[in-house]
Ligand binder design. Structure first.
Ligand code: ATP
Length: 321
């Protein structure tokens, strides 16, 4: 199996970029089977990462000394999401440093619907610009009370909410994890609890499909509450813990104060997703312990407007990208 000439040219360009920029690694995000020996030869000298939805595609590389395989969830998702997931995973599992520069090769121009397509695009990604400290070590500090796999799932959910919003609109929320009884005792429902009547499996946030459903619920006003076992317990909560005596940064409003407050008065960890910036701040014992920037916010296409046209009311500066 030989490589198409376009793929060869892209791989050569990737290797040149790694040398001249310099960059730390090449990430190949593939949808189709590739001649890995040839790819390895063209990228000789580079640190190599590969990610694919279909594990069969990366199987030959699993025990290969030159390649690091990043496992992605198997269901089909847009390229940007898969790339973000792969990079987040590489950083959180300490395969890559948060400040790394990565040359990514992927299929960015889909022409066939629902069919795998070859690599046609190259991007240089500076992780430091998008992603602040998030290593397993950081998560382990929090993990004293909540297991690491639950924390990872919460981080993924929070960063995806911050990055994607809903229906083109940015959304903010608070995800409170752990100490559920005490949190409920200090809070009140602003609306009915949308999780009522669902089984534990249907509320387990370690399941990607459940996380997708929860993103819909996150649109509703109020905080979400998740048990330390990863089971979502409540939503639409107004967190009532007092926020006085907190040492909060300037610019934080009531959402961040509520997240910090509940973490001070309980053993829960609170993840505040900012509606205005998409960033995720993690509070424990009333202090901000972790700050995660989403890798990218989706571009929101604005209606075409001539420069001489006046801006409709309320739209000025309303750019969520
Ligand atoms: N006690 C609370 N419990 C749950 N949610 C709250 C609480 N207080 C505020 N919020 C949420 O925060 C929103 C207001 O956010 P505000 O802009 O004041 O905060 P912020 O910290 O600046 O956050 P953002 O960066 O998202 O704007 C409210 O509409 C509500 O959804």
């Amino acid at each position: 199996m030989s490589l198409p000439s376009q793929t060869v040219a892209l791989l050569q360009a990737a290797r040149d970029l790694v040398k001249t920029l310099p960059a730390d690694a090449v990430l190949v995000l593939t949808e189709t089977a590739i001649d890995w020996d040839e790819v390895g030869r063209l990228l000789v000298g580079c640190r190599l990462f590969v990610a694919a939805e279909n594990p069969a595609l990366t199987k030959p590389l699993r025990d290969h000394p030159d390649w690091t395989v990043i496992d992605l969830d198997p269901e089909p998702r847009p390229t940007q999401e898969r790339m973000n997931d792969a990079l987040l995973k590489a950083v959180s599992e300490e395969m890559l440093q948060p400040g790394s520069h990565v040359v990514a090769l992927y299929n960015g121009i889909a022409t066939l619907e629902d069919a795998p397509e070859p690599v046609d695009s190259l991007s240089v990604i500076h992780l430091g610009e998008h992603l602040e400290r998030m290593t397993s070590q950081d998560l382990r500090v929090l993990g004293t009370s909540v297991p690491l796999d639950v924390l990872r799932a919460v981080v993924e959910l929070a960063t995806e909410i911050g990055r994607e919003g809903r229906e083109g609109q940015p959304i903010g929320t608070i995800l409170v994890v752990g100490d559920t009884k005490k949190v409920l005792g200090l809070s009140r429902f602003q609306n009915f609890n949308p999780f009522r009547g669902y089984t534990r499996a249907e509320r387990d946030i370690r399941d990607r499909e459940v996380r997708e459903q929860i993103k819909e619920i996150a649109k509703l006003d109020g905080a979400l509450l998740i048990g330390r076992d990863g089971i979502a317990e409540a939503a639409c909560l107004h967190l009532g813990a007092r926020a006085d005596g907190l040492n909060l940064r300037k610019g934080f409003g009531s959402r961040h104060a509520a997240a910090a407050g509940i973490s001070k008065h309980t053993n829960a960890i609170a993840f505040a997703v900012s509606q205005s910036s998409g960033s995720v701040r993690v509070f424990q014992k009333g202090e901000e312990v972790l700050h995660i920037e989403p890798l990218a916010r989706p571009h929101v296409w604005q209606p075409f407007r001539l420069e001489t046209q006046e801006e409709p009311d309320g739209e000025a500066g309303d750019d969520a990208s």
